[in-house]
Ligand binder design. Structure first.
Ligand code: FAD
Length: 336
């Protein structure tokens, strides 16, 4: 990994020419020196899949242009600074199968203090509250927020944030869509796409940590909640902050108005943790495409100059799957 800083260029739209409107006022290779080899690969998406793809290509000596419409890299590994501390709004944690290439990446983060083992024990809850605790794989968290892990992977790669791609542009051998299928489907007419499930993340803050200790809870058969995480425990700073993720049903009701879900979430969390005191909400975030309803068995899609990768491509929707999918697609493109 080089020490070069990540470039966040501000551009508004990457014009298109293969399918729709002509290119509009964007330097052909923003962020690239004219004397450098022109990129023959465009990667759209700076979530962990897109960045893994870019790194695999770079390691193989292939220059790629990397763009994303968001302000910062990370995608669904999203952290937002609330009251001076990072709160994870998307992925709650990640796992890494020992011995896999992703585990090597994780070991690097652990060695540098960017990630930390959080817990191997999660609570299992039902509508009436926490029922039991279940032990499984180690869940890792990031003291500075999961987004910083993607920022770390992106070091040494020129990325352009604030670039919305609204159709496939000409001039590239391969265009990689490192994003949820429904977003890719807006750009390319592909059949092999899955449906996706929404969720709303609600950040809740208490005056004190008055709940019985737990790390994270999977909430089953609940009309409002699917997961609840103790963010102070996850971050390691002991802040009295919880992050709840809603059911798809509740999210669908409030996709146009995420804040409208807050009262039900607050009531549900108070009931689940038997809290008396008030819980203040500080933020609600809509995930229209939180997770795929079904997985593609293949690790990625690659045909006719279009690559698609991300967490839908592999065994289960997860950070580790998204990384592996992007990495595998990058290596496949490099060997063509
Ligand atoms: C609420 C929630 C909870 C989760 N919990 C967990 C968990 O506990 N553990 C776990 O392992 N995983 C979890 N996940 C899943 C995990 O976050 C994802 O698997 C992973 O982050 C996906 O990465 P990705 O790179 O494939 O896609 P994304 O992170 O979605 O990246 C796609 C990128 O493409 C960009 N983009 C899309 N369209 C365009 C366009 N037209 N032009 C430009 N840019 C575009 C977007 O801005 C985005 O940055 C959770 C996800 C959510 C939402």
């Amino acid at each position: 990994m080089t020490g070069a800083s990540v470039q966040f260029l501000r551009v508004t739209s990457l014009g298109s020419s293969r399918n729709c409107t002509p290119a509009v006022g964007l330097p052909e290779t923003a962020g690239q020196d004219e004397d450098m080899q022109k990129p023959r690969v465009l990667i759209v998406g700076t979530g962990i899949a897109g960045i893994a793809c870019a790194r695999a290509l770079r390691d193989a000596g292939v220059t790629a242009r990397v763009v994303d419409r968001g302000r910062r890299p990370g995608g669904r590994m999203a952290s937002r600074t609330i009251n001076g501390r990072a709160v994870d709004l998307g992925a709650a944690y990640f796992t890494a199968e020992p011995g896999t290439p992703f585990a090597e990446v994780v070991n690097g983060w652990l060695a540098r203090g960017l990630a930390r083992p959080w817990t191997d024990t999660v609570a299992v809850a039902g509508p009436e509250g926490i029922q039991r605790h279940s032990t499984g794989p180690m869940r890792y968290a990031a003291p500075l927020g999961l987004r910083e892990l993607v920022v770390d992977l992106a070091r040494g790669i020129d990325i352009e944030q604030g670039v919305t791609v609204d159709a496939i542009p000409e001039g590239y051998d391969t265009v990689v869509l490192a994003m949820p299928d429904p977003q890719a489907r807006r750009l390319v007419p592909i059949d092999n796409t899955s449906e996706w499930i929404p969720s709303i993340a609600v950040v809740l803050e208490g005056a004190t940590r008055e709940w019985a200790p737990f790390h994270a809870a999977f909430v089953n058969e609940h009309p409002v909640l699917t997961t609840l995480a103790d963010d102070g425990d996850r971050r390691g700073d002991g802040a009295a902050v919880l992050v709840a993720h809603t059911t798809a049903e509740l999210a669908r009701e409030h996709l146009d108005d995420p804040d409208g879900a807050i009262p039900e979430v607050v009531a549900a969390v108070k009931n689940l943790l038997t809290l008396d005191d008030s819980l203040a909400h500080t933020f609600a975030h809509r995930w229209t495409f939180a997770r795929p309803a079904a997985q593609h068995p293949e690790p990625f899609f690659l045909a006719d100059g279009i690559g698609i990768c991300g967490d839908a491509w592999g065994q289960r929707s997860a950070v580790s799957t998204a990384w592996a999918s992007g990495d595998a697609l990058g290596r496949a493109i490099a060997t063509r």
